[in-house]
Structures are given as structure tokens and as C-alpha cells.
Write a protein that binds this ligand. Structure first.
Ligand code: FE2
Ligand code: FE2
Length: 206
């Protein structure tokens, strides 16, 4: 058990401090940099910073859940999805740099909060753990859809990344559902929406 926590602690530090790596090619590979005005660039940067921050939270959630999941099948599925979340981190991180910005200074804060939520969800048992995951992935998928409406048309690179992430998140939601996720009560789902609104509003700016 102690070993498990040490491994996850190490992963946490790496999420926050080291550049992430992707096994799949970045979705924007080979696409031309679009002609963006300064305002459009700043907007795309803000949105990609929000997405990066969301992926940091995803790391923490999955880690918390993998620490506490009982069913080995669920644990394996969580690990595989977590690997794709690392790729999302890598894609958004690189795109932020290309747009001339940096990742959110608030990341450690959201990371800590998400890890606590992940552990708490995990302690409730696999059905609730997976239910929480399914709802999170649905909300993130909807959120990424709204970014696709908002990202400048000319920013084909960011759009390609967000599109692939959205598809992956919906796949993660289906996976959690197939593994027997419980449907979360409405107040909890609404609370999750509210806290993600706070997170997005803050990390868009800083
Ligand atoms: Fe993701
Ligand atoms: Fe996901």
C-alpha cells in the first residue's frame, strides 16, 4: 500500500513539473499555423490553458481512483484511460507554448483538490467511483464541444487537438459506463459543474 502511494506521489510531481509525453502523434501534427490576430491568439491561449488545467485535474482524479479501485478490471481500465490523459497533457502543453504562453500557475491547487476528490470517490466503492468518472468525462466532453464553438476558425491546430480530446473523453465515459458506473444524484452533478466553472474562469486568466 505504501509503495502504491509513493508511486502515485511521484506521478503527481511529474504531472506538475515534468513535460508530458505522447505515444500517439499529436493531433495537430503536419497542420499549418493559422493566421491569428493578437486577440484571437490570446483567446486560444486562454482556452488551451483551461484544457491543460483540466487534464492536470484528470491526472489527479484517475490517480486517486486507481489508488482506491478494488476491481482489477476497473483498475486496468482506469490506467489505460489515465495514459490517454497524459497524452492530452502533452498536446495541450505544447500548444500553449506554440501560442506563446505558459500553463496555469494554479495547477498545483487544482491537482491537490482533484486528488482528494478522486480518493474520496474511490473509497465509496467501484460503482460510485466509475459513476463519478463517467459524469466527469461527460462534462469535460461537453466543455470541449463548447471550446470548439469558441476557438478561432483559423486555429486548425488547437481545434484538431480539442477534437481528438473530446472523442477520447467520450470513449472514457462509455468505458466507465460499461464497467457498471452508478448514475450520480443531480445535486452532485450540479456541484461538479459549478466547481469546473470556477476552475475554468480562473485558469483562463492565470
Ligand atoms: Fe483528457
Ligand atoms: Fe478522459
Amino acid at each position: 500500500m505504501i509503495d502504491k502511494w509513493i508511486i502515485e506521489f511521484d506521478k503527481g510531481l511529474r504531472t506538475l513539473l515534468a513535460p508530458a509525453l505522447s505515444s500517439r502523434p499529436h493531433p495537430d501534427k503536419g497542420l499549418e499555423e493559422g493566421e491569428l490576430t493578437d486577440a484571437q491568439k490570446q483567446h486560444a491561449l486562454g482556452l488551451m490553458r483551461v484544457n491543460h488545467c483540466g487534464e492536470v485535474c484528470a491526472q489527479a482524479l484517475y490517480q486517486g481512483q486507481a489508488l482506491t479501485a478494488r476491481d482489477p478490471v476497473a483498475r486496468e481500465a482506469l490506467k489505460e484511460a489515465a495514459h490517454e490523459e497524459v497524452e492530452h497533457l502533452a498536446w495541450t502543453e505544447q500548444r500553449i507554448r506554440e501560442l506563446g504562453g505558459r500553463t496555469s500557475v494554479l495547477n498545483p491547487l487544482w491537482y491537490g483538490g482533484s486528488l482528494a476528490i478522486g480518493v474520496a470517490a474511490g473509497l465509496l466503492g467501484d460503482r460510485w467511483n466509475l459513476g463519478f468518472l463517467e459524469e466527469t468525462e461527460h462534462q469535460v466532453g461537453a466543455h470541449l464541444d463548447s471550446h470548439l464553438q469558441s476557438l478561432p476558425e483559423a486555429d486548425a491546430k488547437s481545434r484538431a487537438i480539442v477534437t481528438q480530446m473530446r472523442d477520447d473523453e467520450l470513449k472514457h465515459a462509455d468505458m466507465a459506463h460499461a464497467l457498471g458506473a452508478a448514475r450520480l444524484p443531480l445535486p452532485l452533478r450540479q456541484g461538479m459543474k459549478l466547481s469546473s466553472k470556477l476552475m475554468t474562469a480562473a485558469s483562463y486568466r492565470v
